[in-house]
Design a protein around this ligand. Structure first.
Ligand code: NI
Length: 215
């Protein structure tokens, strides 16, 4: 291959990687067609989605109205009495993108906030064991050792970038939810996993049936 051909190839690869690709047809279907309480992926039947690492949102998705619809539906799903969780990650509702919602135990009123293109920059302090569950791994609970403080970087829905340090239980939730974005589940890290009778009873009311349009 001539030198020029290499240059053209490199240039096209560069342009390809920069061009905004937007939402996939699958992502649009999930976001638009889901009820406000979305189907939640569970192990083991939805492991293909839950084990896939998630991608960042590009500029095109960040400026799209679909993004707010996704956040709103994730919020409604997380706070529904059938789920009643403290955090949720986009892969759990079938979207392999770096979006999570976290209940901020460290803020007054414990608001649930969205975090986009999130990453953990550093894990701080000594790991401590604590109980964890996951909407995608019913009806189990486990004991997982997590760091007491994290530094995170993310983008707000309005596009503004943020870096902050979080501590306490919120820091544990951030570690759990960011793991989801890398295809990691708490059962991979747990010292022990067990069935909590009360929690199992709570979850019985929830249907795991996928909607008709979900293949
Ligand atoms: Ni989870």
């Amino acid at each position: 291959m001539k030198k020029n051909s290499y240059l053209i190839l490199a240039l096209s690869l560069f342009l390809c990687s920069c061009s905004p690709k937007g939402w996939t047809a699958w992502e649009k279907t999930v976001i638009v067609q889901s009820d406000s309480v979305m189907y939640v992926c569970v192990m083991p039947q939805d492991s293909a989605i839950l084990r896939t690492p998630s991608r960042n949102f590009g500029r095109k998705e960040m400026s799209s109205a679909l993004l707010q619809t996704l956040i709103d539906k994730m919020y409604t799903t997380l706070t529904d009495p059938s789920q009643d969780g403290v955090g949720i990650a986009a892969p759990q509702i079938g979207i392999n993108r770096r979006a999570i919602l976290v209940m901020r135990y460290d803020k007054p009123g414990r608001p649930i906030e969205p975090y986009l293109n999130i990453q953990i920059d550093s894990l701080l302090g000594e790991k401590k064991p604590g109980p964890e569950g996951c909407l995608s791994v019913p009806p189990y609970r486990g004991v997982v050792r997590r760091y007491p403080r994290v530094q995170i970087s993310y983008v707000r829905p309005d596009g503004s970038p943020v870096t902050e340090k979080v501590e306490g239980y919120s820091a544990v939730i951030f570690q759990h939810e960011c793991d989801h974005l890398d295809g990691i589940l708490y059962i991979d890290r747990a010292d022990t996993v067990f069935v909590n009778e009360n929690w199992a009873a709570e979850r019985e009311a929830f249907s795991y049936e996928k909607p008709d349009w979900w293949r």
